[in-house]
Design a protein around this ligand. Structure first.
Ligand SMILES: NC(=O)c1ccc[n+]([C@@H]2O[C@H](COP(=O)([O-])OP(=O)(O)OC[C@H]3O[C@@H](n4cnc5c(N)ncnc54)[C@H](O)[C@@H]3O)[C@@H](O)[C@H]2O)c1
Ligand SMILES: O=C(O)CC[C@@H](O)C(=O)O
Length: 410
């Protein structure tokens, strides 16, 4: 069996935020036993202490791996975000430190799309208000503002995995789908692309957001955009909290411009289930509030646990970086029993390969196979070589200016 430069017993794996237990099982089955599980995100001081000797870190959307938290990660080798979003991680800094980040790009897609479809039906029927009143002992039997989904227009912002999956469900319910995406996306079924957000907004009965949190999308729905929605429209946000100006949304609901909303993500979310939840939307009966559970189904969490743990284990065991979000992608074969695998992560600048090759030739080490991939500022070279001891070559490689990290598998 392949030996790692640091043995599996010594590799510290930390899984935060209640990652599904299948992830731990997968690590244990593969021989990793130094595993530490946390149900939520510890406060920054404790977190930084935990991170200081962590080699492999698994988080969900809550843990901020940025600034002081990331600076504390002296030994971090790889990160898994056990979710779709990676905005909670400073990807650029991880890249420059030679840390690949892996996620699960579509393991919870269907769960989010199903929840949003259900919310659209509930909003159009006025169920949130009727439900709230019934809980207060009030009988509100009325068809006023209660509508079918059939024939209504759903506007989708971001026609990626979730947006397009939602389109399929909505069309099956008889909705007309119009979408806006910054990329040119294939219209599914009878859906139609609209060329700008401003053009889309006045045309919809329900607007649903499915864009990532980026500089372009933050606050993309503010007072101006809400005013462009027709009076009586609904808003669904199961993307990220900062995409909507939450105070502007509260105002639009207060003045009766919007008829309701379903919000799963918030600008500030409690760190754990024991912390209080505050929002300017608490007062509205016609708003469905959910605690960021769009992707929280058994099916999704099991899929995510297996997908992300598998990617982390593959990277740790053989160097493969397939589908890393910030790193050159290399899919490597199993290491031949007689060979040593040397992995060199470096700044992507001219002359690096020449110096790496020179290091091997100057030590008369024969290269059996070589893989190279670069992405932006970073290069990743993997050499399968014949050598008795890897220490001399590792030391020489570490001396090359621009080297970020060297790992070895035997
Ligand atoms: N509520 C939850 O539990 C939950 C679960 C999963 C994902 N999410 C969120 O949903 C987001 C979308 O997920 P996905 O899997 O569909 O992602 P995706 O990458 O497949 O799709 C995102 C789409 O948004 C488009 N886009 C990006 N910037 C845009 C802009 N400024 N204007 C218009 N379109 C833009 C992209 O081109 C892409 O087509 C994730 O980034 C994540 O933040 C939330
Ligand atoms: O499970 C989570 O914490 C986040 C889920 C979702 O927002 C995602 O990005 O996949």
């Amino acid at each position: 069996m392949t030996k790692l430069s640091l043995s599996k017993e010594k590799i510290k794996v930390v899984l935060l935020e209640g990652v599904h237990p299948d992830a731990e099982t997968l690590f244990r089955q593969d021989g990793y036993h130094n595993i530490h599980i946390y149900k939520s995100t510890p406060a920054d001081d404790e977190l930084q202490n935990i991170l200081s000797d962590t080699h492999i870190l698994g988080i969900r959307s809550r843990t901020q791996l940025k600034g002081a938290n990331l600076a504390a990660c002296e030994k971090l080798m790889a990160v898994g975000t056990f979710c779709i979003g990676t905005n909670q991680v400073d990807l650029e800094s991880c890249t420059s430190k030679g840390i690949p980040v892996f996620n699960a790009p579509f393991s919870n897609t269907r769960s989010v799309a199903e929840l949003v479809m259900a919310e659209i039906i509930l909003l159009l029927r006025g169920i949130p208000e009727k439900n709230a009143k019934a809980h207060r002992g009030q009988w509100h039997k009325s068809a006023l503002h209660s509508n079918e989904t059939r024939g209504k227009t759903l506007g989708i912002v971001g026609f990626g995995h979730i947006g397009s999956q939602l389109c399929i469900l909505a069309e099956a319910m008889g909705m007309q789908v119009k979408y806006f995406d910054i990329e040119n996306k294939l219209p599914l079924g009878n859906s139609m692309a609209v060329s700008s957000l401003e053009d889309l907004l006045p045309q919809v009965d329900v607007l649903s957001l499915h864009v990532p949190d980026t500089e372009l999308t933050r606050q993309m729905i503010g007072a101006k955009e809400l005013a462009l929605l027709p009076k009586g429209a609904f808003l669904v946000n199961a993307a990220r909290g900062l995409i909507v100006d939450i105070d502007a949304l509260a105002n639009s609901l207060r003045i009766g411009h919007l008829n309701g909303a379903a919000i799963d993500v918030f600008p500030e979310e409690p760190a754990s289930n024991n912390d209080p939840f505050e929002s300017p939307l608490l007062e509205f009966d016609n708003v469905i509030l959910t605690p960021h559970i769009g992707g929280s189904t058994q099916e999704a969490q099991v899929n995510i646990a297996n997908e992300v743990a598998d990617k982390l284990i593959k990277y740790s065991n053989n160097g493969s970086t397939s589908s890393a979000v910030n790193f050159p992608e290399v899919s490597l074969p199993a290491l031949h029993a007689d060979l040593t695998r040397v992995m060199h992560i470096h700044e992507n600048k001219p002359g690096m390969l020449e110096q790496i090759n020179h290091s091997f030739s100057s030590q008369k080490i024969n290269i059996a196979a070589m893989y190279l991939q670069t992405l932006g500022e970073i290069g990743y070279v993997i050499m399968d070589v014949n050598c008795e001891s890897s220490d001399p070559i590792v030391n020489q490689l570490k001396d090359i200016e621009g080297t970020i990290r060297v790992r070895v598998l035997h």
